[in-house]
Ligand binder design. Sequence first.
Ligand SMILES: [Zn+2]
Length: 432
Amino acid sequence: MMRTTFSMVCLLMFLSLTVPALDIGVGTADITPDVKAYRVPMAGYGARLGRPATGVHDPLEAKVLFLRDGAETSVLVCCDLRSITPEFKQAIAEQCADLKVDADHLFMAASHTHDGPSMYPEKFWQMQFGKYDPAIIGPMASAVAAAIHDAAKNAAPARVGFGEFEALGFTRNRRWGYDTEARKAAGETPLTEPVVWMLRVDGMDGACRALLVNFACHPTILDADNMLLSAEWPGVMRRELERLMPGATTLFTNGGEGDQSPDGATGESNFQQMEDFGTRLARLIAEKAKTIETKPDLSAHCARVLAELPPLAFPESAKAKHAAYAEAAIAALPRKAEIQMLRIGPAALVGLPGEPILAVAQAVRESVQAAGVERAVPVGLANDYSGYIVNEKEYAHGGYEVESRSYYGPGLGAFVAEQAGALAGTVAGKGN
Ligand SMILES: [Zn+2]
């Protein structure tokens, strides 16, 4: 009898040591720069001519999802910013070295709000968005690092599940306006894919602790006239979701938003329209999130590649426009594309350092899924910024995204899809 009990205890101890476990933690940081203490020009619209923000409409936040799978720790940080700079990521990673969070395992994504701070050290970006005061970066990075440490402390065994649905009437393809007659003659239709993808994290008691939402759409309901910092519709959406789902931290990543603009928002002012858009979207998401079933013991793995980008090349039609900028652009633009993949169970977030148009995001998804990932979710504006990421067909149509913001020629879309597929091969199939 004694012997049986002893064996049972040994067996249970063995099982508890070998059963895989995924611990997840959450954190929130306020990253709103102090507009009274510093001059804070706003990034997003060149038409602001580098003028500083005059106040704060609503706070800018960074939301943290901390994942510990055995010895490997991965961290997703979603920020209310136009884009992420390598310097910002580096500053945060340095402050999280004690948690063994390195640049390969720190996945940073920006919402692409056009009402956040300009924080770009390069002259090229400062010529467009204004010269920033480097003093704003330290407090922002420290706030994010503190939220990561909070998340590490509250990390606990978690159940994870996934869901998606179509949110019709929220987006339009903004590139349809370029070359419309030629597009119609070629039998094209405006490409949209308004899929809201969700990752739900529950505690072992079934209570929702976090909801990550991916949706491809520009936060551009506010225009260049707005001089108040704002997280735009993603901020409204997150706050409404957190009101509807008490106890849950809500994170947002953008998708293949390069050609996707918000649509259907109603209200007299732009702020009212932003409220309407974010609130309606949040209410749909909250309903669908209830139906997501979660499972324990999924695996999480993060990997990254720094791929040599194609040579810098401005479109022929825009050479004159770029002449004044060319030298600064060449000095500023990245030479490597940071592509990152965070796989959680059967799904993988695929971080792309720029603004993929929807067709490119679809090509990336296909390429990653062909490499063995069940569900790939492209995330735009991740880790760095290399401009718009278009494909050959859209490059030929011209327009703003090509002439003003495409820096690596018509093959960039195909290049990132190929690189993402190759990276997927290294993270696919490692556990459930
Ligand atoms: Zn954009």
